[in-house]
Write a protein that binds this ligand. Structure first.
Ligand code: HEC
Ligand code: HEC
Ligand code: HEC
Ligand code: HEC
Ligand code: HEC
Ligand code: HEC
Length: 501
């Protein structure tokens, strides 16, 4: 089969070889990943990100080579041609062949292109791609995510949302991230909050929306004390989640902040939004605007002028819906509650928390040291328990290692204290950023610090002395250890930092 003279040049030939072989390679890899169920993110990167540009370069080389040849001929054999531009004459067999090859080739490439770009879209939006491609970097978020209530929600449902605009935006910022990983210049830990996260209305509210909130939620918080018998101290509470839609008559409770009729704004002093000296409430129904200032630490005029208030949304309380790094105190309580750690081992809560919280250089060294140090402690100091409960002590060490692996990532410097959780006020300041009782408006009225505003205590204390609330207000909080009135004057988080207070 003969082709036009112009096609016979090394550049076009090389282009054709590159294009055809990459096309075949793409086709083969696609079939492999679809029908062979090969589940490897690197194969995806290869098919959707490396090969298509090569294919494209190959295709471009073909006309480029022909153009170069045309110029050469024009210059060298000057008068041989009467025409100024290359032309297609379907009456010539060579031209006809080239034309049909071009049409057929384009169709094939278009088809491959459509499949590849469709697959590429899904691939780059997949949990596998986000969570495991840059394994070391995203490992903490990916591991915590798998242990969270959102383990089946795709990363991109919260981080990107729907629509082409945010898709492109996220892929563009992704380009810088790829560079940061390759050049090893990314920050450890990854800073939080995420700047330019898509507003919650367009992500969270696709699945949960304020009109649908109502009622209260009963929860039991299980604590084990730092004493020899690790005694159980459960606190059973009704949390007044509340609702946000005036139409259903539910505008009270915690989700009041998300009330459709209000707008709450605040200014934070620090990057992590933990220090909030200024809050403004705009009641849209009456147009009334109230400003609350932290009387102990008010914003200066300059700070106020320089700041842009942030409108409060879901993420200001639910900042860890998916990447929850639990403190050692909480993780070990959970392990005892679920029977992974035997509470009969003396002093086990304290020993396990201490070993989980210690700073280690790497994940692997942590795993070895946790087991060695826990077992050594019992062998040396608790001879009797060691002889009697060797199996249980080994199991407790394994459970502590697991708690460590799920929540602390030395390589990325990720631990509970690096990522404060804003939902409560036990280990980090959370609600008390505004609700400590010292944010006051002009009339001296403070944002509430009343314990019963957000929850009522139904029962508290050791299982043998549980008190059951018979009053609508619930019990007054009783601190398990005698610390006087300190719990009224200070925040829990000031003493309970995630380890033994
Ligand atoms: C339920 C929603 C949700 C899902 C699903 C989700 N994230 Fe997040 N992610 C968040 C929120 C909220 C933040 C914190 C934002 C803030 O504080 O501004 C965050 C923060 C992050 C951060 C910044 C570091 C940090 O921990 O604050 C990274 C990295 C991250 N997510 C990666 C992922 C990856 C990878 C996946 C999928 C494996 C994923 N996310 C799934 C909601 C989600
Ligand atoms: C694609 C849907 C989807 C999106 C988007 C989503 N969630 Fe969820 N969320 C769920 C589902 C499903 C559950 C229920 C999980 C369960 O019951 O265990 C849930 C549970 C929750 C819970 C209760 C968790 C618990 O401990 O019981 C909270 C709080 C929550 N989501 C907040 C958020 C926030 C904040 C965002 C935005 C950052 C968000 N969700 C985005 C689907 C979603
Ligand atoms: C002022 C802080 C705050 C804001 C703002 C907030 N929440 Fe909540 N939300 C809570 C608290 C506290 C709970 C009780 C559950 C808990 O203690 O973990 C809760 C519970 C939930 C639950 C669990 C289901 C239920 O109703 O019991 C979902 C889902 C949820 N929030 C979604 C959202 C979404 C979506 C937004 C944004 C529209 C939002 N929240 C805004 C504090 C807040
Ligand atoms: C950015 C500041 C800020 C944060 C953070 C914050 N709140 Fe509030 N909250 C307010 C303001 C302002 C009011 C309204 C005070 C008023 O006008 O009476 C309020 C009111 C409330 C109310 C009373 C609603 C009603 O029925 O009138 C509850 C309950 C509440 N907050 C719970 C919480 C919980 C729980 C958290 C933490 C998960 C939290 N808040 C975090 C600013 C905040
Ligand atoms: C602004 C609302 C608000 C106020 C005021 C408030 N709390 Fe809470 N508290 C919460 C929320 C929300 C949680 C649930 C946190 C979670 O889901 O992890 C909580 C959790 C708790 C817990 C269980 C903590 C745990 O992890 O075991 C105790 C105990 C508690 N509060 C006691 C108090 C006491 C005592 C006061 C009064 C000095 C108080 N709270 C004031 C919102 C509030
Ligand atoms: C002045 C510091 C201080 C404050 C404030 C404080 N605690 Fe404690 N808390 C302690 C000490 C000390 C212990 C005993 C620890 C030990 O046994 O070694 C303790 C023990 C506890 C325990 C028993 C389980 C455990 O983790 O040891 C619970 C539950 C508890 N506190 C809840 C709270 C709550 C909720 C608040 C806030 C309303 C609070 N505490 C405020 C110092 C404090």
């Amino acid at each position: 089969m003969k082709l036009p003279r112009l096609a016979y040049n090394w550049l076009s030939t090389a282009g054709a070889i590159i294009a055809v072989s990459t096309a075949l390679l793409i086709l083969f890899s696609l079939l492999l990943s679809i029908f062979g169920h090969v589940d490897n993110p690197y194969l995806g990167i290869f098919i959707y990100m490396v090969l298509p540009p090569i294919l494209f370069i190959g295709l471009i080389l073909i006309p480029l080579g022909m153009w170069r040849r045309w110029l050469q001929i024009k210059r060298g054999e000057r008068m041989e041609m009467e025409v100024k531009w290359p032309y297609i004459d379907l009456n010539k067999r060579t031209h006809r062949n080239a034309f049909f090859i071009f049409i057929a080739g384009s169709l094939v490439f278009l088809m491959i292109g459509a499949v590849v770009s469709y697959q590429a879209y899904h691939f780059t939006e997949s949990v596998r791609f986000c969570g495991t491609t840059c394994h070391a970097v995203m490992n903490p978020e990916h591991v915590a995510y798998q242990n969270s209530p959102h383990a089946r929600v795709a990363c991109t449902d919260c981080h990107v949302g729907s629509g082409a605009g945010w898709y492109t935006k996220s892929k563009l910022s992704g380009l810088y991230q790829v560079y940061a990983v390759l050049a090893d210049v990314y920050p450890r830990p990854i800073p939080t909050p995420v700047r330019n996260l898509r507003p919650a209305q367009e992500t969270c509210e696709q699945c949960h929306w304020p009109q649908q909130f109502f009622g209260a939620q009963q929860r039991q918080f299980n604590h084990y004390k730092y004493n020899d018998s690790s005694s159980h101290w459960p606190i059973n509470m009704l949390i007044k989640t509340g609702g946000g839609d005036p139409k259903t008559g539910q505008v009270a409770g915690i989700h009041w902040h998300m009330n459709i009729g209000f707008r709450v704004e605040y200014i934070a002093r620090d990057e992590k939004r933990q220090d909030i000296p200024w809050v403004r409430v705009n009641d849209r129904r009456t147009g009334r605007i109230t400003v609350y200032q932290d009387e102990n630490n008010p914003l200066t005029e300059e700070e106020l002028r320089a700041a842009t208030p942030r409108v409060m949304d879901c993420m200001d309380c639910h900042n860890r819906p998916s990447h929850i790094y639990n403190s050692p105190d909480y993780s070990i309580d959970l392990a005892i509650l679920t029977g992974q750690i035997d509470r009969d081992i003396p002093d086990i809560k304290r020993v396990a928390v201490e070993n989980m919280a210690r700073e280690y250089g790497t994940h692997d060294s942590a795993i070895t040291e946790i087991a060695n140090s826990m077992i050594d402690y019992y062998r040396v100091n608790r001879r009797e328990a060691y002889e009697k409960m060797r199996v249980q002590i080994d199991e407790a060490a394994v459970a502590t290692q697991k708690a460590f692996s799920n929540n602390i990532f030395p390589e990325m410097k990720v631990r509970w204290s690096a990522y404060p959780n804003n939902i409560g006020h036990f280990t980090s300041v959370g609600c008390m950023r505004c609700h400590m009782g010292n944010h006051k408006n002009e009339d001296g009225v403070a944002i509430t610090h009343d314990c019963d505003a957000c929850h009522i205590i139904l029962s508290q204390g050791q299982s043998d002395s549980i008190l059951v609330s018979t009053t609508a207000r619930g019990f007054e909080f009783r601190h398990p250890e005698d610390i006087g009135d300190a719990w009224k004057e200070m925040g829990c988080f000031e003493c309970h930092s995630g380890v033994q207070p």
